[in-house]
Design a protein around this ligand. Structure first.
Ligand SMILES: *Cc1c(COP(=O)(O)O)cnc(C)c1O
Length: 362
């Protein structure tokens, strides 16, 4: 007896998300001590988490017998003020990954389509496929979003276009004008899903709220996993029209954001010092990697986000060899970029260690 005949067809062909390798796995596999391992694979914050967030989560751990607040009241109130939106325009998720999936649940029927870039965050595609929809992946010359090609890829069945800005994994950044022109030229039946996971690392990030206010079908997703250093807590959110937020809230699980995550995220928003320091070391790290790649004469993208991309001939060999010396980076085979390694920017000494080991392997 098996389940092949009874599961939904889209589940049979559904690919799995390949996560960055956890430290403990690499330690076991290569006989290393976990504390000697440097993980630069999943764009996590090398400074750890905001101490204020940790204290708040700890405090909340005294009340775990209670269900979390299904409405995320305090977080909603604070973010609504910070963003200048109504509380009812916000949706919270178990990481922004969940938000992306909720969008797919709300919009996509069997046979519908989404459009995204060929080298963009894989969760867009996974969410679409799971709903039985097709994912049209548009080529990205120079590893940048090609908005003209995206417009051409849109059909009557296209329900949504997903882009990340800065884009993951390429690290490329689009300007406000590019985004606005694109969104304003989308047909009425297409929703623009704007993923801002790395927004806080940018000096002048694009602001899509005016597009929402002028009535465009736009949803923007943010996360506490990156600059706020709370990837393990799982908290993300999105803002959009009240109407779309209401639909998203109908399909989410009632207690999708746990109490520790709500408390931690709320406190993190007040920790300006942690945010500024995270941004500062990231900018410093970008300069460090850029200088090193230039000296090594390697093609690279050091532009947006908290990670860099570098092109090498034997990326997978280097990836494996780096693990042996305790440095985990991210290969991009699954993203159609087999010659590129993505490296999360760390603290100065961490970047130095990574670059030293990396240079030896060229
Ligand atoms: C890391 C990341 C996210 C956020 O994921 P969480 O579920 O919030 O941890 C979303 N989009 C992109 C492009 C990312 O790189």
């Amino acid at each position: 007896m098996n389940f092949k005949n009874v599961v939904r067809p889209s589940v049979l062909t559904q690919p799995k998300y390949e996560a960055g390798k956890p430290i403990e796995y690499v330690a076991r596999e290569f006989g290393l001590k976990p504390e000697d391992i440097l993980k630069m694979a999943s764009n996590e914050n090398p400074l750890g988490s905001s101490p204020k967030a940790l204290a708040a989560a700890q405090e909340a751990s005294g009340h775990l017998n209670y269900y979390p607040d299904s409405a995320c009241f305090y977080l909603r109130e604070k973010l609504s003020k910070k963003l200048g939106v109504k509380g009812s325009q916000l949706v919270f998720g178990n990481g922004s990954n969940e938000i992306l999936e909720l969008v797919a649940h709300v919009l996509l029927n069997d046979g519908d389509e989404i459009v995204t870039g060929r080298h963009s965050f894989i969760v867009y595609k996974l969410s679409a496929l799971l709903m039985g929809a097709k994912c049209k992946e548009v080529e990205m010359p120079d590893l940048r979003h090609d908005f003209d090609a995206m417009l051409k890829a849109i059909t009557q069945r296209t329900k949504a276009v997903f882009i990340a800005n800065p884009n993951n994994p390429t690290g490329t950044v689009n300007t406000q004008k590019e985004i606005y022109d694109f969104v304003r030229s989308l047909p009425e039946h297409v929703t623009f899903c704007y993923d801002e996971a790395y927004r806080e690392f940018e000096e002048n990030p694009v602001d899509v709220l005016p597009l929402i206010n002028e009535g465009r079908k736009v949803i923007a997703a943010r996360t506490f996993s990156k600059i706020y250093g709370l990837a393990g807590l799982r908290c993300g959110y999105a803002y959009c029209s009240e109407e779309f937020a209401d639909y998203l809230n109908r399909v989410r699980e009632p207690f999708n954001v746990n109490s520790l995550a709500q408390a931690g995220a709320l406190a993190a928003l007040d920790d300006e010092a942690f945010l500024l320091e995270s941004r500062r070391i990231n900018l410093e790290g970008r300069r460090q990697f850029k200088a090193a790649f230039e000296e090594l004469k390697l093609e690279h993208i050091v532009e947006g986000g908290n990670f860099v991309m570098v092109k090498v001939k034997n990326a997978l060999e280097i990836f494996t060899a780096l693990q042996k010396v305790g440095v985990i980076v991210r290969p991009n085979v699954g993203y159609g970029l087999p010659d590129w390694l993505r490296i999360t920017i760390g603290k100065k000494e961490q970047n130095e260690r990574c670059l030293k080991e990396f240079s030896k392997l060229l």
